[in-house]
Design a protein around this ligand. Structure first.
Ligand SMILES: [Fe+2]
Length: 279
């Protein structure tokens, strides 16, 4: 079994609490989670996006975001196993090239191989208005996806969401058809309506769900964050698990474990009163 620790929406900021977001104390909870992960002897930890809340993108705001990312990475640096990252909307408070460099990512969308098993790390901000470094074609796709959803009155058609986009979906389709098909998908955005509130779903969640299919012989697991309230639901044999956000938790109670297709998945057990919340 491969033991993986997962954590979502640390969303640290050196700033007073706002609503249900407890920005500053998120770092204390992260320290507790790191200790719990270390005691478990994990093979890997994956941070599922929104590592920081972010600030304005002027000089002062960028300097503040950089220093906040330093502090989070310092705490995560105490992990005694490899660490991987998924990109969230708030992470893009820093320019994408700088963010990827700081997180040590060759690219946001990629396949990880661990003990002969393949895991897909996905980028649900590949097409989004949060990404100020998007090329004109991507920007056009983002505007058009958002406009289409808004015209249809879809609750997920809001600018804090994003999409995998055409290019990444095509890549995903090839990965799912090829040998060594990945069974575990880690992404900032949830895609299954019963596992998260509708306004937090990726713009192209219906297309991605269709790609994953529902073959009981090859069930998949999709783990995300973004909706701080969290959620979990089965879509046939496929499991969709939205982790509650660390920023919206008041306490860390320990770890919960979910065994799934050769993976032992660990996530913080959080006390949270998130009834609405921000993503
Ligand atoms: Fe988010």
């Amino acid at each position: 079994m491969v033991k993986i620790g997962l954590i979502a929406d640390i969303q640290y900021a050196d700033r007073s609490d706002k609503g249900r977001c407890l920005f500053r104390s998120s770092l204390d909870r992260l320290k507790q989670v790191v200790e719990l992960f270390n005691a478990e002897g994990l093979d890997l930890v994956v941070q599922l996006g929104d590592v920081l809340d972010g600030n304005s993108q002027d000089e002062k705001g960028l300097a503040q975001s950089r220093s906040e990312l330093d502090r989070v990475l310092e705490v995560l640096g105490e992990l005694r196993c490899p660490l991987e990252h998924v990109v969230g909307n708030h992470c893009l408070a820093l320019p994408r090239p700088e963010l990827l460099r700081r997180l040590g990512l060759p690219r946001a969308q990629r396949i990880l191989e661990i003990q002969g098993r393949r895991i897909a790390l996905l980028d649900s901000l590949a097409v989004s208005l949060y990404d100020k470094n998007l090329d004109p074609k991507g920007l056009e796709e983002a505007h058009s996806a958002l406009a289409l959803g808004q015209a249809a009155g879809e609750p997920w058609a809001v600018d804090w969401n994003g999409a995998l986009g055409k290019r990444q979906r095509e890549w995903l389709r090839r990965e799912l058809l090829g040998p060594g098909r990945p069974g575990l998908f880690l992404c900032h955005h949830p895609i299954f309506p019963s596992a998260a509130r509708a306004r937090f779903l990726a713009w192209d969640h219906q297309e991605v769900l269709a790609l994953l299919g529902q073959n009981p012989a090859e069930p998949v697991t999709w783990i995300s964050g973004h909706d701080h309230r969290g959620g979990r639901a089965l879509d046939g044999a496929n499991l969709h698990w939205t982790l509650p956000g660390l920023v919206a938790a008041t306490e860390v109670w320990g770890l919960e474990r979910q065994d799934r297709d050769g993976f032992e998945l660990f996530a913080p057990r959080l006390s949270s009163s998130t009834a609405s919340g921000h993503a």
